[in-house]
Design a protein around this ligand. Structure first.
Ligand SMILES: Cc1cc2nc3c(=O)[nH]c(=O)nc-3n(C[C@H](O)[C@H](O)[C@H](O)COP(=O)(O)O)c2cc1C
Length: 204
């Protein structure tokens, strides 16, 4: 019996399991508005078996952005873009969708990581306040299971492992002996229906 894949209730919200996708900046917005990348990225995560996802840091003001590619929610076009993204996700699955509303404080006014991540300098905007983020890598399902089973956490937020593999939660279910929540379109992709899968996936 997996605790990681047991349901969780928080207030009135029900979660099918205890795997959440951590908020992860994509630095790919234009004027703070989500685009094709966001539809693809969050769409893949929506059918990956996690119970919930958090849309990346979304700035509450232009000065609150980390980079010029950060999402924003301070004008009408951004609001419409985020609404379209959520509608897209709702058509794909019933994953719970949250959003991280942020102000980047001292982390603001920077280049995207692939441009070096340095400060924008005079071409950027004034910094307003300090902020901090905690990190801790969980990539093994057994470690996630251990954390919730021993009461160290009610759920786990998976970041980098989800970027590497948006179907991390489906595979975690398999490795813990739980039936993965495959989207019905992917039913034939379940190793249960593969010839010879028993040898490749012992215990599943
Ligand atoms: C590409 C990337 C972008 C991130 N963006 C955010 C973010 O928008 N907001 C945030 O609070 N943390 C952000 N983080 C931190 C992650 O949410 C997570 O806390 C961190 O990666 C630790 O989890 P992990 O060890 O499973 O990756 C980011 C991490 C990565 C790798």
């Amino acid at each position: 019996m997996s605790v990681l894949f047991s349901p969780l209730e928080i207030g009135k919200l029900h979660f099918d399991n205890r795997i959440f996708v951590a908020p992860m900046c994509q630095y790919s917005a234009s004027g703070g508005v989500p685009g094709s990348w966001h539809l693809q990225h969050y769409g893949a995560l929506a059918v990956g078996g996690a119970a919930a996802m958090t849309i990346e840091a979304t700035a509450v003001s232009a000065e609150g952005r980390i980079t010029e590619g950060c999402l924003g929610l301070y004008d009408d076009e951004q609001e419409c873009g985020l609404a379209a993204l959520v509608q897209h996700l709702r058509r794909l699955s019933s994953i719970r969708v949250g959003i991280q509303l942020t102000h980047a404080g001292r982390k603001g006014s920077c280049q995207a990581p692939w441009d070096g991540g340095g400060g924008l300098g005079p071409g950027g905007w004034p910094l307003l306040a300090p902020s901090a983020i905690a990190f801790g890598l969980i990539h093994q399902p057994q470690l996630a299971e251990h954390a919730v089973a021993h009461g160290r956490a009610d759920c786990v937020a998976i970041g980098r492992a989800m970027l590497f593999d948006p179907r991390w939660a489906l595979k975690a279910a398999m490795s813990l002996g739980v039936q993965p929540a495959f989207p019905r379109q992917y039913g034939l992709g379940s190793p249960r229906s593969w010839p010879g899968a028993a040898a490749a996936f012992p215990g599943y």
